[in-house]
Design a protein around this ligand. Structure first.
Ligand code: GDP
Length: 426
């Protein structure tokens, strides 16, 4: 049985906690896209962790965690993350790395930073983890597959060939230090030694696991609105954030994904630049940011303050639809308990017309939010474990959102801890 857990919004929906909960009941957890550019926050008995590359699931003895072929695989980052877990007392997790995963090269990180610098005020607000240069190279067919680390002759030839090309840009466009191919080759040898014991044909491994009836969790990063096809292009990430891509990025048949749990946040937040129709500013935003998440809404990877906004039903319904959600987990609802009234964006006004359908970016730029105001419940809801025990106005808010999303909300998260979850029947 394969399940995907993905985000409907701009990321930071609280997928980490839900994934951690579900990981406990899974045999295998797979990262299928992205790299170390986004963070999941997980709080458990070992402490509080921000995972960037490792799948959530590394805290359990019974699970196997896979870095799938779709990932931008930063090898030293994996080692660092594993070392830091072990240093905190977490038992060494069981990790497998796809032999078809591609390697995030040191120069990808450099190019990411150089390009942001070159763009100046028009930059993407990249996390500078090298993700965009990595995927560009993958599809330009000059990326390095993990399997290539084990074929010295081909590796050497390719390192020289790629360095020659990269150095033209480094010299003439960015005016930065050049790549020394011998040095790079040495680094790749170190990478090979770091990763060798984890590498296998993970697609075959998953195929056999599915046949044996194992429970598999595909763990998405970011959310629908950051998808390169369906998000707020070009202010998106460079690999697909959709559950459908889980099949490709893990190497399994698409029809095996039976359940698509889509995480939706009870209000909006976003990092980086890009369209954000229900964004709020000033004191109103500061207060929500301060109260939001667990100790404030600041990026898990960058520490940057997140942009804040009210719940956007237009964007979220679209986000849920593009994921193919079979059920929704609504998160961080407890944060809204301080508000007398809660605006919900139910439409976009574009050129004098109101629409409920999420448009392309050029139209999105012109969209103004149309709000419906819901009454707040003015109560602390942390600690409540049964849906019926929630204040009526809080249930009304949930059910209003559920109607807007057109997909059942089966879980309501009312606190950062794993136990702070309310289940509802479909
Ligand atoms: P992800 O990128 O989707 O995994 O999101 P994060 O893991 O960065 O989650 C965002 C923040 O919200 C983290 O600090 C979580 O601990 C916190 N969080 C998750 N669920 C809840 C919740 O229901 N209530 C509160 N108050 N915080 C939550």
């Amino acid at each position: 049985m394969v399940r995907a857990i993905v985000g409907a919004n701009w990321g930071d929906e609280g997928k980490g906690k839900i994934t951690d909960m579900l990981a406990e009941k899974s045999d295998i957890i797979v990262r299928f896209q992205g790299g170390s550019n986004a963070g999941h926050t997980i709080i458990n008995d070992y402490g509080k962790f921000a995972l960037h590359l490792l799948p959530s699931g590394v805290f359990y003895n019974h699970t196997t965690c896979i870095i799938g072929n779709g990932v931008a695989f930063n090898i030293p980052y994996l080692k660092r993350e594993l070392d830091s877990l072990v240093a905190e007392g977490v038992p060494m997790p069981h990790i497998l790395v796809s032999d078809r995963a591609q390697i995030l090269m040191p120069y990808h990180i450099d190019f990411d930073a150089y390009e942001e610098e070159r763009l100046g005020g028009k930059s993407f607000g990249s996390t500078k983890s090298g993700i965009a240069p990595f995927y560009s190279d993958k599809y330009a067919k000059i990326g390095f597959q993990v399997s290539e680390l084990f074929d010295e002759e081909t590796l050497k030839e390719k390192v020289y060939r790629v360095a020659e090309m990269k150095n033209v840009i480094l010299e003439h466009m960015y005016h930065k230090p050049l790549i020394d191919p011998e040095e790079l080759l040495k680094t790749l040898h170190e990478y090979r030694d770091m990763v060798e014991s984890y590498v296998c044909d993970t697609s075959l491994y998953l195929h056999n696991a599915i046949k044996e009836g194992k429970t598999i969790l595909l763990e998405g990063q970011l959310g629908s609105l950051k998808d390169p096809d369906f998000g707020i292009y070009p202010m998106v990430t460079s690999s697909s954030t959709l559950a459908a891509y889980g099949a490709i990025g893990a190497g399994i048949a698409p029809y095996e994904i039976k359940d698509i749990i889509t995480v939706v946040k009870a209000y909006s937040s976003a990092v980086g630049a890009g369209e954000f129709v229900s964004e709020i500013f000033g004191d109103e935003a500061d207060e929500l940011r301060r109260r939001g998440g667990d100790g404030g809404e600041y990026g898990a990877t960058t520490g940057r303050p997140r942009r804040m906004g009210w719940f956007d039903a237009v964007a979220s319904r679209y986000g849920v639809r593009m994921q193919g959600a079979t059920e929704v987990a609504l998160t961080v609802l407890d944060v809204l308990g301080y508000l007398d009234e809660i605006p919900v964006c139910v439409g976009y006004e574009i050129d004098g017309e109101v629409t409920r359908d999420f448009p392309v970016t050029s139209k999105l730029k012109k969209a103004k939010p149309v709000y419906e105001i819901l009454p707040g419940w003015k109560e602390e809801i942390r600690g409540i474990t049964e849906y019926d025990k929630l204040p009526e106005k809080c249930r009304n808010y949930i059910e209003f959102i559920e109607k807007e999303l057109e997909v059942p909300i089966t879980m309501v998260s009312n606190g950062p801890k794993r136990s702070e979850i309310i289940y509802r029947n479909k």
